[in-house]
Design a protein around this ligand. Structure first.
Ligand code: SF4
Length: 335
């Protein structure tokens, strides 16, 4: 029998979904990798979603409508964003089944555990089966940590490859066994490469980009992303054997302060020369820009904004180019 597909709009404890025999499908990935991704946005606007709604939301709406093989969607009411919440209510009104989940803002472990137990109940699985799955998924996550190490320590992996593999950890491409093989083959091949030549090392922070050509463009300007902040979080780099604690160490759904601490630690370790903060049009995370700038006052910092899934526009290219040019003339760097 074909497995049921559960759409997710952000990283949720996928262990519970796999344990229930269902398959998680990250709707962000379905949208942004589809050849007709712009069509998804158009479809959402034709159905009445405002022009001033984030492109990811409209894209995910289109992905659910177009794919037509999503059986339910996980509704993260706390820890994602209000746009997602409204999106799921719209889908629910249209007949889509939604499964609620929430990350408690204060990282309260007892509340998070309760949320996980409820989630297990909705999916018809048990807490202990999910813990078993955590062990299986951790084998893949460890491989993704190695991909990340090959990126920043050995300089053998491009910023885009790093982005793509880490972002896929949210749903393990719906097939952990095959994804695991794919990552192993990648490590094997990347480990035999020559080191990449770009001397300027960048951190990419913020939500994953809607314009994926950004990485290749940066590399044509003598720089390379050696740290993808949010994407790396999808691999749970702060390890804990306890599934509840694990999901409290995940920085993205809570306050910005754990993210700031993580970014500072990683940009020092990876000897980063400059930070690119990507913000999405109409997204509340844009307001974090001021906090990041205050937190890293000496670090060269560029904020860029994306809207729709198309190639980088000329203005953004010019700004990235000038930023890389400026960094190429600097001799000392500090956070
Ligand atoms: S980019 Fe911002 S507004 Fe859009 S889905 Fe993500 S968190 Fe929500």
């Amino acid at each position: 029998m074909k497995s049921k597909r559960i759409g997710i709009t952000t990283t949720v404890p996928s262990e519970f979904i796999f344990a229930s025999g269902f398959v998680p499908v990250d709707l962000n990935n379905v949208f942004v990798t589809d050849i007709n991704s712009s069509g998804f946005i158009e479809m959402a606007e034709v159905d009445g979603l405002p022009r001033t709604t984030c492109g990811w939301i409209k894209g995910m709406y289109g992905a659910v409508k177009e794919a037509r093989n999503i059986d339910a969607v996980v509704a993260v009411s706390d820890g994602d964003c209000s746009h997602t919440r409204s999106l799921l209510e719209i889908l629910n009104l249209g007949g889509m089944k939604v499964l609620p989940f929430a990350y408690p803002y204060d990282r309260d472990k007892a509340i998070l555990k309760k949320q996980m137990e409820k989630f297990a109940g909705f999916l018809g699985t048990s807490f202990s089966s999910a813990v078993e799955w955590m062990g299986r998924l951790d084998e893949i996550r460890r491989k993704l940590w190695e991909v990340d190490r090959l990126t920043w320590e050995e300089n053998r992996v491009s910023g885009f490859e790093n982005h793509l593999l880490q972002v896929s950890a949210s749903d393990m491409e719906g097939d952990p066994e095959n994804f695991s093989k794919k990552v192993s083959a990648f490590i094997d091949e990347a480990g035999r490469r020559e080191a990449l030549p770009q001397p300027i090392r960048l951190a990419y922070i913020g939500v994953p980009p809607i314009n994926e050509d950004i990485y290749d463009f940066i590399e044509t300007r003598g720089a390379r992303v050696v740290f993808n902040e949010v994407q790396r979080q999808f691999t749970f780099p702060s390890y804990s054997d306890d599934i509840v604690e694990r999901y409290t160490l995940y920085t993205y759904p809570y306050d910005v302060f754990a993210r700031i601490y993580d970014i500072e630690k990683e940009i020092k370790k990876r000897e980063v020369h400059g930070v690119i903060h990507y913000v999405q049009s109409f997204c509340h995370h844009q307001m974090e820009d001021v906090m990041f700038r205050k937190s890293f006052p000496k670090m060269p910092f560029l904020t860029i904004e994306g809207d729709a899934p198309q190639k980088l526009d000329a203005r953004t290219k010019l700004r990235i180019e000038s930023f890389c040019e400026m960094l190429s003339h600097r001799e000392t760097f500090s956070v």
